[in-house]
Design a protein around this ligand. Structure first.
Ligand code: SME
Length: 161
């Protein structure tokens, strides 16, 4: 299989719109969790050049580091802790324009400046979170939320249905 997710347009919404159908094709034939999440992080990294992009999965009452692209990261996050643990508890997307202003932010990398965390939902149940970090302030907005929630929904449909 050859799949290139490299993009030339600079318009963010357009990039997501081009990304989604390609991404759906990439993951639609596979249900193995680790494999799908590994390809999902590779595709997101290639398409958008994120500083850190990856998954934490709910296991034994905490979040455990899953497949990702970027620097080595923390293994475990407790419920309600950090941006990821809060997104899990509240079952909603969190956009953090400046991680230093988020009480309890967990700094896996000191270079991380802003962050978006999107829960992966199977019905009401949070199965894990998609976490994306930037080394710039204010990198994520409602466009990211809108499309990354679609990415999370596609992942949930593929793996957990
Ligand atoms: N900053 C996250 C921890 C995960 S790393 O960014 C990869 C948090 O506060 O939950």
């Amino acid at each position: 299989m050859e799949a290139s997710f490299k993009q030339t347009t600079t318009d963010k919404a357009e990039r997501y719109r081009l990304f989604l159908p390609q991404f759906e094709l990439l993951i639609s034939d596979e249900k193995e969790e680790v494999s799908v999440l590994a390809n999902a992080s590779a595709a997101l990294h290639e398409a958008f050049g994120f500083f850190w992009v990856g998954f934490y999965l709910v296991k034994d009452g905490q979040l455990i580091l899953g497949p990702f692209q970027g620097s080595a990261a923390c293994y475990r996050i407790r419920k309600g802790k950090g941006v990821c643990g809060t997104s899990w508890t509240e079952a909603r997307t969190l956009i953090v324009p400046d991680v230093e202003q988020f009480p309890g932010h967990i700094a896996c990398s000191s270079l991380s400046r802003s962050e978006i965390v999107v829960p992966i939902l199977a019905g009401e149940q949070v199965k894990g979170v998609l976490d994306i970090d930037s080394d710039q302030l204010n990198s994520f907005d409602e466009t990211d939320r809108h499309y990354l929630e679609k990415v999370a929904a596609l992942i949930a449909k593929t793996i957990y249905q």
